[in-house]
Write a protein that binds this ligand. Sequence first.
Ligand SMILES: Nc1ncnc2c1ncn2[C@@H]1O[C@H](COP(=O)(O)OP(=O)(O)O)[C@@H](O)[C@H]1O
Ligand SMILES: [Mg+2]
Length: 265
Amino acid sequence: MAMLEVRDLRKSFYTYAKPGLQAGIFHKPGARKVVSQLDVLKGVDLTVNKGDVVAILGPSGSGKTTFLRCLNFLETTDSGTLIFDGEQFDLGKITKADIARLRKKTAFVFQNYNLFRNKTALQNVTEGLVIARKMPKAQADAIGMKMLEKVGLAYPRQLSGGQQQRVAIARALATDPEILYFDEPTSALDPELTGEVLAVMRQLAEEGMTMLVVTHEMGFARGVSSKTVFMENGVVVEASPSQEFFAHPKKERTREFLRKIEHTN
Ligand SMILES: Nc1ncnc2c1ncn2[C@@H]1O[C@H](COP(=O)(O)OP(=O)(O)O)[C@@H](O)[C@H]1O
Ligand SMILES: [Mg+2]
């Protein structure tokens, strides 16, 4: 059974006229009139099994970030089905209670780390446990230290970008998620710092962590991920086991994308 299954996920962004300004014959005052609509996700399907490391590739603007944000409820979804651990949800009308419950099973690592700069590494890692999960501080600190150690950062002081991202990974791990989402975790880093973050991700993969990783790191997609997905214009163009994906891409568009990206990597 799949751990996570997504069917026909759709999301558009709308621009609304300011209430009142365009109110007239068609709109009662305060009603919101849509002035433009951008269809970003046009029916995305994805299956993730326990222990899968899924790499999501695709050109900028194809909807990769929006997709991850929808999956983690950082963004509302217009329609689609989510099946998590066998439980099915209609994403168009999912309740707050279900969102809160599902969020506990997932964690997110952002491109720009999203750490609190005025807090220590340990405080960043334990914040969610203490505030959101009401865990006693001592217990949260113990978990926090363990997770910082896991990413190779027992006593960080001045943090490089690579170290900040590793703190962010420790923070994500501290909540003991079933699946970790990464949105281009190394793309804000200098090349020499990318390796230390990828090494931590590779280690997590070897330990069997389930991960969904938007990335441009072809080495990671080829060498670490078990499945690769190529997204463009809000749809999945091609998805297959990574070995097969790179050895025998089926779509001409995938081959073209790989030729270009491998040329610049
Ligand atoms: N909050 C938003 N409001 C309006 N448009 C957005 C918003 N977020 C993303 N978009 C648009 O959605 C499209 C996909 O963006 P994104 O998901 O960031 O793509 P990717 O991560 O693949 O580069 C882009 O055209 C982007 O401008
Ligand atoms: Mg993005």
